[in-house]
Design a binder for this molecule. Structure first.
Ligand code: NDP
Length: 329
């Protein structure tokens, strides 16, 4: 069994030297337990925060121990009722080839309904984050203009498409390369820009000349500042993530225009996907319908081999992914 340990805590941008590939024995299941052969694991931006030794809404990763995170795999041993060898399960012990789990800590998924990777992307945390953030937290209404940053990523690409499917008037996305901008247009975004092409404020004004009603923030910094300036009266921003500052060693300065929130009566609302499980049934029913009739697309960037999981995570932070970044274990 090969697994990836956190060898040291990164200061600023992480590097491969912060990770260590470790060989251990394949675990054996005790009473109530199962062993899962992982097939795919997720790498996610929030994992960067867990590499710091600070208190947060999820505990920090321990040093010299395997990292963890969402994974899907096949049950290869079971000493538990209700989970059988051969079942495909979703669970929280990625970053390793074989995971030992209490049976109650896994969720069985049906590989005939959707490819197993979908449970880590469009039908998983990223999908629910997009759905809940847009429809519940920002309460998007039909006809409104929506702006989403990191729009070619896993959450962002779904935000833009769900906005269109729910009747948004105009959907604008920003992303980090010309190829990603092209992809956004193919996905049905009304306008998209590469944030390297000029100040976000100017690109956004050109892409949303009538202003923005809903901003779905994945990036923070200049993007949030530009969105606040572009927002219309009574606009709402769902503050989902601020990836632009995850590797910063100094506290950020922007948004310098935060006071505009007052005069514009804006709602900027932070949220965690875990508080929105009430939406799960509506989310699964809407998204599986859109997948069935082909109106919703999801991109995945798959890196091969557990030994390349650190490189996949670093690539995610640098924007090497289109859609969900996954590792084929
Ligand atoms: P993505 O698939 O969007 O991957 C991250 C992307 O961020 C990269 O592809 C890169 O694309 C972009 N990026 C990296 N650095 C910068 C930067 N400095 N400025 C602008 N863009 C940058 O990841 P996810 O979809 O998993 O997550 C998106 C956001 O949502 C993250 O901020 C994450 O923390 C947050 N999140 C929050 C949750 C919650 O419950 N609140 C749940 C899940 C995710 P590019 O090439 O365009 O730069």
């Amino acid at each position: 069994n090969r697994e990836i340990h956190l060898a040291s805590r990164p200061a600023g941008w992480p590097t491969e030297a912060n990770f260590r590939l470790v060989e251990t024995d394949v675990p054996t299941a005790g009473p109530g337990q199962i062993v899962v052969r992982n097939q795919y694991m997720s790498v996610d931006p929030y994992m960067r925060g867990r590499m710091n030794d600070v208190k947060s809404y999820v505990p920090a990763f321990a040093l010299d121990a395997p990292l963890d995170g969402a994974a899907v795999g096949e049950v290869v041993a079971s000493e538990a009722e209700g989970v059988a060898v051969g079942d495909t399960v979703l669970h929280g012990l990625g970053w390793r080839e074989y995971a030992l789990l209490e049976a109650r800590a896994v969720r069985r998924v049906d590989p005939s309904l959707a490819p197993v990777t979908a449970y880590l992307s469009v039908l998983g945390m990223a999908g629910l984050t997009a759905y809940a953030g847009l429809l519940e937290v920002a309460a998007m209404k039909p006809g409104e203009t929506v702006f989403v940053s990191a729009a070619a990523g896993s959450v962002g690409s779904l935000v833009g498409q769900i906005a269109k499917l729910k009747g948004a008037g105009r959907v604008v996305g920003s992303a980090g390369s010309p190829a990603k901008v092209e992809r956004l247009k193919a996905l049905g975004f009304d306008a998209a820009f590469d944030y390297h092409d000029g100040p976000v404020r100017e690109s956004l004004r050109a892409a949303a000349p009538d202003g923005v009603d809903v901003y779905f923030d994945n990036v923070g910094g200049d993007h949030l500042e530009a969105a606040i300036s572009a927002m219309n009266l009574h606009g709402r921003a769902a503050i989902c993530g601020m990836i632009a500052q995850y590797n910063d060693t100094e506290p950020p300065a922007a948004p310098r225009n935060l006071a505009l929130v007052i005069g514009k009566r804006l709602t900027l609302r932070g949220f965690l996907v875990g508080d929105h499980n009430n939406l799960r049934d509506a989310f699964v029913s809407d998204v599986s319908g859109w997948l069935r009739d082909g109106t919703l697309s999801y991109d995945e960037t798959i890196v091969d081999g557990i030994e390349n999981a650190p490189a996949a995570f670093l690539g995610l932070l640098r924007g090497e992914n289109l859609g969900k970044m996954l590792v084929r274990v």
